[in-house]
Design a protein around this ligand. Structure first.
Ligand SMILES: Nc1ncnc2c1ncn2[C@@H]1O[C@H](COP(=O)(O)OP(=O)(O)OP(=O)(O)O)[C@@H](O)[C@H]1O
Ligand SMILES: [Mg+2]
Length: 371
């Protein structure tokens, strides 16, 4: 009940926001997608600047996204050339096969981050939807309208761009239909509703007093989940089939394993591109601090610099932070809070009272984390 009221309140806020958007029915904004020409290796190379490790994940995502937009752009241009009309009509009349992506992997290892970064690089709207909030098939209309209006907001009110965005479905492993996994059969209803959304649904969204039609037909879906213990299902099957136990289970993941886990076969058929992300090792975590464009170390270094303080990080210090983060089990997500714990005293004391170098060595880190 409370949930429903909250839903309606959020809903009306979102509707208000969409309503306030000015329609940017500007075909120019989608020219870059029509002319899409990035190649997978280029996208991957750009992802490398942000995402550390997950080589297979970056390769799979770059390839799937490059092919999706190249195929879509080409098909729309062909439709325009052959049958004339505008892009809106071409979007409706174009039917291209979609290869949606399923990412399996533990918390904080870069699933969302890779997807969002890749969307930014390609220049398409990106939204995330939490699958635990999805309702059963009967209410699928609400879920659809949330997705459509979120896409429109992410596309700055451009319906054409909105229909070419990426929707990231988080925690898809929480809608399994197998009672043994801890959820009742209603998961099946949610999955069936989702199936329709992934294949393509359309509806009217009220924007600036005008009703615009938005469809998910050309939207690329990326679903992700931790799928705890999925490896046991795959390894058991591998054993039954006499596959060498030294082989990586990740390379043998089949639709039937996902079905055994509680996913509907039909839904999995819509997610033919699959990749398993690894838990980040403590070396990965050190590299994230040193090399990622999004490194918390770089962020804190810049913060201190503004106060005239130069962080001087000595060998061994980052390794201790990485070991702590690894223990927390939240992947790279733990790094910022650990940095904050380590630096808090000096962030409090030093600004305005000291300028110069602040040496961060192993002992400094250890002393603060032991507290
Ligand atoms: N491989 C990585 N390289 C660089 N930074 C990373 C990496 N993985 C995670 N991060 C950092 O950690 C944050 C959290 O990662 P992300 O949101 O991708 O987690 P996730 O895999 O989606 O986990 P969850 O299942 O909990 O949502 C990112 O915003 C990013 O700053
Ligand atoms: Mg995530």
């Amino acid at each position: 009940m409370v949930d429903e009221r909250m839903f309606h309140e959020t809903r009306s806020r979102i509707d208000e926001k969409v309503h306030g958007l000015k329609q940017e029915n500007n075909a120019e904004a989608i020219q870059p997608i029509l002319e899409f020409n990035q190649i997978p290796t280029e996208i991957k190379a750009q992802l490398d600047e942000y995402i550390i490790g997950q080589e297979e994940g970056k390769k799979v995502l770059s390839t799937a996204i490059a092919f999706h937009y190249k195929r879509l752009g080409t098909a729309i241009k062909k439709e325009l050339a052959e049958n004339g009309g505008d892009v809106e009509k071409a979007l409706k009349n174009t039917n291209t096969p979609k290869a949606n992506i399923l990412i399996v992997g533990p918390s904080g290892c870069g699933k969302t981050y890779t997807s969002e970064t890749a969307s930014n690089l390609v220049g398409v709207p990106f939204i995330t939807q939490d699958m635990t909030k999805f309702t059963e098939a009967g209410y699928v209309g609400q879920d659809t309208s949330t997705i459509l209006s979120d896409l429109l907001i992410a596309a700055n009110g451009n319906p054409l761009l909105a229909q070419m965005g990426i929707v990231y479905l988080d925690e898809i492993d929480k809608i399994t239909s197998s009672p043994s996994i801890g959820r009742d059969v209603s998961g099946r209803g949610v999955q069936n509703g989702l199936l329709k959304i992934v294949e393509g649904v359309d509806n009217y969204v009220d924007m600036g007093g005008e009703k615009v039609n938005i469809s998910t037909k050309h939207v690329l879906f990326i679903a992700s989940g931790a799928y705890e213990n999925l490896d046991l299902i795959v390894k058991n099957r591998m054993q039954r089939q006499g596959i060498d136990s030294g082989e990586r289970w990740e390379d043998y993941l089949l639709t039937s394993d996902m079905v055994n886990y509680g996913m509907e076969r039909q839904l999995m058929g819509r997610f033919p591109v699959r990749v398993v992300y690894n838990p980040l090792t403590s070396q990965n975590l050190v590299d994230i601090m040193r090399e990622s464009k999004n490194s918390p170390l770089h962020a804190y270094t810049d913060d201190f610099k503004v106060w005239g303080i130069d962080l001087d990080v000595k060998p061994g210090a980052l390794e201790i932070i990485a070991d702590y983060a690894e223990l927390e089990g939240t992947g790279a997500r733990g790094l910022t809070s650990i940095f904050n714990r380590v630096l808090l005293d000096d962030m409090f004391k030093l600004p305005g009272t000291y300028e110069g170098t602040l040496e961060i060595n192993k002992e400094y880190v250890e002393a603060r984390l032991k507290k």
